[in-house]
Design a protein around this ligand. Structure first.
Ligand code: ADP
Length: 580
């Protein structure tokens, strides 16, 4: 105004009152405009600062999943926008009905506030009402008016906003001034509400992440302790056969350090060993690839095999390979487990040895008994004591049966051990079948069984051990007679094995007996297995078919049964021919 006074005086004296008034009006308008512009520019600058801060809050909050970092970021941004002598974030836990203070700052320094049970303070009021609360002055009076308890230090101005990320409030952000009243106004409240909205989402995410992280850590710990304590060796591989995880039991079985295993390739040479890690678990590269391809195509769910490890202690393990699937069901890796079966094998071997010894030792006394019975028969030949003869026959029959059983058992264990010599010779199938069938003539006759032999013409000669093949056929015929009711039919046949071209011959024994249930068929060839539901003319030992299987397999052949209950049975033997 001082600057304009001489000018105004000059205008007034020279141009008169109208010009003076006009000029004064222009001056007032100009100064009003200038003032308004300055005010708007200040507001704009503040708004820009606010928005900038809010953007920074958003960035800072989305950058972390850790609750403490998130809270520190909230504080940093709040103090940039408003004075906060006291600042705190309260979180409410509904399960325990407790309020905790993960961040509290007094005059710029963090302070520890212990968690407490939810009470009736300003924080709880904001939690309950889910609405912001601004008390610009006389905080104590306002607290009383709201019927609340004053908790903590008295303040002159208080602003609190709820943290809302869902239906239930997570907590409260509050700032207070101990220095002066009227520190905060509606614009501060608006900014704090905006910050709280972002903060609530970040806190909720951090909490959820924390829970998931905790659950995951617990799960990892559980799995870790299972891996550590299990006695089976466990090896987890990726699709390229790289080791993902291995447990101490596996390292122990292989005689390697567990820490060395992760990250190693199964097929690479293993330091200090002649072969690879795969070799240590009894795999060749081709064998492993074949097993994996088989499993990946879904032919099998697991490949199981007993292998002898080259590691310490010469352990025998049952090795199982199973595919690991991802959520979509695609194969994402491989799991190899090694179960130590050394003791089981040793035990079974011991049992087997004992049985063989026992059976072997049984043969001598039985042979002596047989000889004695024969002698007794000779001594009393022509005698008229009928009862004596009957008892003698019974003793002979039973002795014969026992001797046969002992013989079968010995043959089976010799075949199992590969100790039974197989001496193949060229055999005429027609002659072989006819002679064997003829040997059973009396039995066929007594059971009134109709027997028919059919050999296809031009069949090549058989290349097999005469003695063994005769016994196989004998066992099959014996079973056919035993299980076919009187008046039934037995068909003995031979034809080329078309699957083997000219190289194989199929010999079959078909009967019109009771047939064999499907679920029993695979087990028939196991030692001592008998089908409970099938009654024969006389009881057997359950050894005949297991002898047949071993004898046929010793020739490189196969034996199987085709049967349906009520439709009879056909036992088929595939053996190599002399031209094969
Ligand atoms: P065994 O005849 O001495 O009991 P095998 O090993 O020869 O022993 O046969 C095992 C079982 O298979 C028999 O007990 C019987 O249950 C069943 N079986 C074998 N052959 C036939 C057949 N031709 N018909 C029906 N069941 C049979």
């Amino acid at each position: 105004p001082l600057l304009f006074a001489p000018l105004m005086a000059l205008i007034y004296t020279r141009l008169g009152i109208e010009a003076f008034l006009l000029f004064a009006l222009i001056l007032v308008t100009a100064s009003l405009i200038t003032r308004h512009l300055a005010f708007t520019s200040r507001r704009l600058a503040r708004r820009v600062k606010e928005l900038d801060s809010l953007r920074a809050v958003g960035q800072a909050l989305s950058a972390s999943l850790d609750t403490r970092t998130t809270l520190a970021a909230i504080y940093d941004q709040v103090v940039k926008l408003m004075p906060a002598h006291s600042f705190y974030v309260a979180l409410y836990e509904a399960e325990t009905d407790e309020v905790s203070f993960p961040l509290a700052i007094e005059d710029g320094a963090p302070v520890e506030w212990r968690p407490r049970r939810a009470g009736n303070g300003l924080t709880e009021h904001v939690l309950r009402t889910r609405a912001p609360l601004l008390i610009r002055e006389n905080v104590d009076t306002a607290v009383q008016a709201l019927g609340l308890d004053s908790i903590g230090e008295p303040s002159l101005c208080w602003l609190g906003v709820p943290l809302l990320a869902g239906p239930d409030p997570l907590g409260v952000i509050a700032i207070q001034s101990h220095a002066s009243a009227e520190t905060y106004d509606a614009s501060h409240q608006e900014i704090l509400v905006t910050i709280a909205a972002q903060a609530a989402v970040a806190i909720e995410n951090a909490r959820l992440y924390g829970r998931t992280d905790e659950a995951l850590a617990r799960r990892v710990q559980e799995l870790g302790s299972i891996l550590r304590t299990t006695r089976d060796g466990i090896l987890l591989l990726d699709l390229d056969f790289g080791v993902v995880a291995a447990n101490p039991a596996l390292a122990g079985l292989l005689g390697v350090a567990q820490a060395e295993l992760p990250g190693k390739a199964l097929l690479d040479p293993w330091p200090g060993q002649a072969g690879s890690l795969a070799g240590l678990i009894g795999y060749t590269a081709a064998g492993l690839a074949a097993d994996c391809a088989n499993l990946a195509q879904g032919h099998d769910t697991a490949c199981k095999q007993t292998v002898a490890l080259t590691g310490p202690g010469e352990r025998h393990v049952e090795r199982t390979l199973t595919p690991v699937h991802d959520r979509e069901g695609a194969v994402s890796g491989w799991l190899v487990t090694l179960r130590d079966v050394t003791e089981e094998i040793e035990h079974a071997q011991l049992q087997e040895d004992m049985m063989r010894m026992l059976v072997h030792d049984l043969r001598s006394p039985l042979t002596v008994i047989k000889g004695s019975l024969d002698l007794m028969g000779l001594v009393h030949a022509g005698g008229d004591n009928e009862k004596f003869q009957m008892l003698l026959d019974m003793a002979r029959r039973n002795d014969d049966q026992l001797l046969r059983m002992v013989g079968d058992l010995l043959d089976i264990s010799r075949l199992e051990d590969g100790q039974q010599p197989v001496r193949p010779e060229a055999l005429d199938v027609r002659v072989l079948l006819e002679e064997t069938v003829a040997g059973f003539g009396p039995l066929f006759a007594s059971a009134q069984l109709d027997v028919e032999t059919a050999v296809e013409p031009d069949l090549p000669t058989l290349h097999a051990d005469r003695h063994l093949v005769e016994r196989v056929l004998g066992n099959l015929l014996n079973n056919a007679i035993k299980f076919t009711p009187d008046g039934g039919a037995i068909h003995v046949w031979a034809r080329p094995d078309l699957d083997q071209g000219a190289g194989g011959i199929l010999i079959g024994v078909t009967d019109s007996g009771p047939g064999i249930p499907a679920e029993e068929q695979a087990r028939l060839f196991q030692k001592f297995h008998r089908v409970d539901t099938v009654q024969g003319r006389w009881t057997g030992t359950g050894l005949g078919l297991s002898f047949c299987k071993l004898a046929v397999e010793a020739h490189g052949g196969r034996i199987w049964v085709e049967s349906e209950v009520g439709q009879g049975s056909t036992f088929v033997v595939a053996l190599p021919s002399a031209t094969g």
